[in-house]
Write a protein that binds this ligand. Structure first.
Ligand code: FAD
Length: 385
């Protein structure tokens, strides 16, 4: 029997990595702070790169069945008039797998089930970690676990990163984001499209995650506003009526609010047999919808290195070398898009929109190709030899 690998954090990154390692014959123990997996009020888009990996793990069909397949992504103005569009069916044809919008809780449950209840320890919040030859993990309930191989998948505020790695900076994007889910009947034309409407210093995105279930998000520039005083229907009054309908159809209990942050790129994700993955290593603003997809690529990178014949020690050592560039490309590009999306001056907005409308389709496609491609890992692994 191969070694046991401990993972802190049962988010999308931790669970996908756990399942990948199980498939390579390792035992896993996943420690999660939350006492239960909550059905939080948000959806998520699993882009083609993530879905290709789920296909290799043979769980893509479950995810497609639980969510809603989307074929187009549009950026629009306030009145839902397109500024830019990406045809996702091209990637579906190329890679033979779809892009899926899904309830986060449903995705989490699918991953939880494949990893197996008996390998996941809930209510285990890591409070202290010491690294000698092995690591000693101490949890808030004062229980301890020894770990020879450890993966920190504990999110942007990672304790593993904070206690074992050099200082890192969480950056505030000065934008606040509401996310909600509602049951509503929208016109058929929206069924297979993810739309993000850009206004002045604000934007509103929505996508179906089921036949009559819509996940939406709304972002505004944060300017010392008191969140409690904000009425979203007032803020988005100048948007298309369908936007207002969606907000009005959502009950308050189905809305969550966060400030937008990311992790300023760090260049060390590994210290002996401890590795950071997902948001713990490279949290990004959500403007490319790639944070979780990149965590899933981390899991895939671990599996690819093992498949290539590297030992588990070598896998920990090499993993950051093959993942840093792409993950940092996403963090940096997403940060720039976030700023571009929230311009406030009417003149610069019309200039931006005109430029985006005339942006060559081929250049747009090239950027998306780079994001959806996961074969770059094969090339980088060859260079390690
Ligand atoms: C508004 C918004 C929209 C987004 N939309 C998308 C999208 O459409 N597509 C996409 O790919 N990504 C999206 N993302 C990004 C995505 O949510 C994250 O990148 C992804 O969830 C990261 O997964 P993770 O497993 O690395 O970390 P997390 O999801 O943060 O999971 C970390 C886990 O570790 C646990 N934990 C934390 N501390 C401890 C501790 N001390 N001990 C034990 N357990 C601990 C947490 O409880 C949690 O379960 C979005 C993000 C935001 C904010």
């Amino acid at each position: 029997m191969k070694d046991t690998i401990q993972i802190v954090g049962a988010g999308i990154g931790g669970l996908t990595t756990a399942h990948t390692l199980q498939q390579k014959g390792f035992n896993v123990e996943v420690f999660e702070a939350a006492p239960e997996i909550k059905h939080v009020g948000a959806g998520i888009v699993m882009a083609n790169n993530a879905m290709q990996i789920f296909k290799k793990l043979d769980i893509h069909q479950q995810i497609e069945a639980a969510g809603n397949i989307i074929y187009t992504m549009k950026i629009t103005d306030e009145q839902l008039q397109p500024i830019s569009m990406v045809d996702l069916s091209e990637f579906a044809h190329k890679y033979n797998v779809q892009t899926v919008a899904i309830h986060r809780g449903d995705l989490q449950q699918i991953l939880f089930d494949v990893v197996g209840n008996s390998n996941i320890y809930l209510g285990k919040r890591l409070k202290k970690i010491e690294q000698h030859a092995d690591c000693t993990l101490t949890f808030e309930d004062n229980s301890t676990v020894k770990s020879k191989y450890l993966i920190g998948a504990d999110g942007i505020k990672s304790i593993v990163r904070e206690q074992l790695f050099e200082n890192s900076t969480i950056r505030n994007a000065n934008q606040i984001c509401w996310r909600g889910i509602c049951d509503c009947e929208l016109p058929e034309k929206y069924q297979a499209v993810a739309i993000e409407a850009w206004g002045s210093g604000k934007r509103f995105g929505f996508v179906h995650i089921g036949k009559q279930k819509v996940y939406w998000y709304a972002l505004i520039n944060l300017k010392n506003k008191n969140i409690e005083d904000i009425q979203l229907t007032d803020i988005f009054r100048d948007f298309h009526n369908d936007v207002l309908k969606i907000i009005e159809a959502t009950s308050q209990s189905q809305i969550i609010v966060n400030e937008m942050t990311d992790l300023k790129p760090i260049f060390k994700w590994q210290k002996k047999n401890v590795g950071l993955i997902g948001d713990a290593a490279h949290a990004t603003t959500p403007n490319l919808g790639q944070g979780a997809c990149q965590a899933i690529e981390d899991a895939y990178a671990f599996g690819k290195l093992l498949d290539a014949g590297f030992s588990i020690d070598e896998t920990f050592k090499h993993y950051e070398k093959i993942r840093l560039n792409k993950a940092h490309f996403i963090v940096n590009t997403s940060w720039r898009i976030g700023k571009m999306a929230h311009l406030e001056n009417k003149f610069t907005i019309s200039l931006r929109n005109a430029m985006m409308r005339n942006f060559p389709k081929s250049a747009n496609k090239k950027q998306f190709n780079k994001i959806m491609d996961i074969s770059y890992l094969d090339d980088l692994i060859k260079q390690l030899r």
